[in-house]
Design a protein around this ligand. Structure first.
Ligand SMILES: [Zn+2]
Length: 118
């Protein structure tokens, strides 16, 4: 049973938890920062601070709020995983993986080409 229209099904959103507020069904942040992303939100909160996260969310156009929330959470996660390089480290790692896969793909193509010529 939902008392007073609170978000009791999944727990209060991360922002209401941080601000020690009751998270209602109409909470504007519950869809973007549900309780399930608490650890990433905590990391993002250390990076940006809850007041800045709220300000960024309020300034973002409605259709881009999900993208912004996802970006904020990913940044938090990136800084947790690598507290020196953060998001830049994630990009460097992905670029390195792309290089490796391209080299592997190139090798495979050469092998296929050689097999066709034999
Ligand atoms: Zn809330």
């Amino acid at each position: 049973m939902e008392a007073l229209g609170t978000n009791t099904k999944h727990g209060p959103c991360c922002i209401c938890t941080k601000k020690n507020k009751i998270c209602t069904r109409n909470c504007e942040f519950a869809a973007y920062f549900p309780n399930e992303v608490k650890s990433d939100y905590e990391a993002a909160c250390e990076l940006f601070g809850t007041p800045n996260i709220i300000r960024m969310m309020k300034l973002a156009p409605h259709e881009q709020k999900h993208l912004l929330a996802s970006s904020i959470l990913k940044e938090g996660g990136a800084w947790t995983d690598d507290n020196i390089r953060g998001g830049f480290g994630v990009i460097q790692k992905l670029m390195w993986e792309i290089k490796l896969h391209k080299a592997y793909l190139s090798k495979l193509r050469m092998k296929i080409s050689e097999e066709k010529n034999n």
